[in-house]
Structure formats: structure tokens, C-alpha cells
Design a protein. Structure first.
Length: 190
């Protein structure tokens, strides 16, 4: 069934595009949500009258995409992950972790638009990640994966060991007077 899209539909097209879709998809999803209209003379005339408005929206999206591309190309993300001595990460940097890092930097980009080489990063180093923007425009972000400081971890482990040792000492000190008390009572009884 031929339809004209009334709004941008993910994985299908943009407003004003003529698409050929399954009848059930159009009838059950697109038409009830007012995402598309049937392809006929009336809707063609309606979209012809809105053509300038639709083109202006597309031009605005292209301009926004170009400015975002410039900002992202200049961006270098630093992601710190726990890693071994040989530089191998104890986890992996994925498109989700990069998306979260971009959100912290103020960029709202879906993780599905981020293309990580080899789908994950498992070693410390610098990598180039592609981000798909509007139409065929893409940006390249430099991602620097660094190992977390091991000193903090070893200091935390040492603190935990000290705390456990102090608890053991405190519990043994508390038990010692109880053991002396029965011995003192036996001495009095004699």
C-alpha cells in the first residue's frame, strides 16, 4: 500500500516521503497514530501545498546536524575503566557507555547511532568512533580509554583490612574480660 508520511517515522522515512508499506502496518500502526496518510489525489495536493514548509524543516535539520558534526569532531571523550597491568579492560566500552559519556558532556545521542569499531573496546588506548547524524552525515569522536588508578583500589583494600583487624581486636577484647570473670569467681569460692 502506498502512503505519504505525515511525520518522521524511525526506520521508514521523513515527513512528505512516499513509501510502499504493508497494508496491515499502514492500517494498524501508521494511520491510527496519524503518522501517514493514504496516497491519493487529495493527500498529494495537501503535501504539495506544504512542500516549502517540509523542505524548511529538512534544511534546519541539516544545519543542526552540520553544527553538531563540528562539535563532535572536535570532542575527545575520556573514559576510565578498571584494567589489568597489560592494559586489558576488566569490562568493555560499548556504544551504551559512550552514549552515557556523551550525555554527561551535554550531547543527547542515541546509542544505536554510535558505531564502535569491533562493536566493543577491550583495551586501553585511543579509538575513533563514528556517530551517524542526519541523512548521510557522520561525525568521528576520539575516545580515549584509560585505566582507573590502582592506588585508590589498593588503598581501599588496605582500609578494609585494617577495619576487619580492628573489629577482631575489639571482639577479642570484649571476650577476654568474660573469660577472666569466671576464673575470679572460682578463686573467691576457694
Amino acid at each position: 500500500m502506498k502512503v505519504i508520511l505525515n511525520a518522521d517515522v524511525k526506520h521508514l522515512g521523513e515527513e512528505g516521503d512516499v513509501k510502499l508499506v504493508a497494508a496491515g502496518y499502514a492500517r494498524n500502526f501508521l494511520f491510527p497514530r496519524n503518522l501517514a496518510l493514504p496516497y491519493n489525489d487529495t493527500t498529494i495536493a495537501y503535501f504539495e501545498s506544504r512542500k516549502e514548509e517540509i523542505e524548511a524543516k529538512k534544511a534546519q535539520k541539516r544545519a543542526d546536524s552540520a553544527s553538531l558534526k563540528e562539535k563532535l569532531d572536535a570532542l575527545t571523550l575520556v573514559i576510565k575503566m578498571p584494567a589489568g597491568a597489560n592494559g586489558k579492560l576488566y569490562g568493555a566500552v560499548t556504544n551504551l557507555s559512550i552514549s552515557e559519556a556523551l550525555t554527561k558532556e551535554g550531547y543527547d545521542i542515541e546509542r544505536k547511532r554510535i558505531e564502535v569499531p569491533g562493536s566493543t573496546i577491550k583495551m586501553v588506548g585511543k579509538y575513533v568512533v563514528r556517530v551517524r547524524l542526519y541523512e548521510s552525515s557522520t561525525a568521528e569522536i576520539t575516545v580515549s580509554v584509560e585505566a582507573q588508578e590502582e592506588q585508590k583500589k589498593t588503598a581501599e583494600k588496605a582500609d578494609k583490612k585494617e577495619a576487619k583487624a580492628e573489629k577482631k581486636e575489639a571482639s577479642s577484647d570484649a571476650k577476654a574480660p568474660e573469660a577472666e570473670a569466671p576464673a575470679a569467681e572460682e578463686a573467691k569460692a576457694e
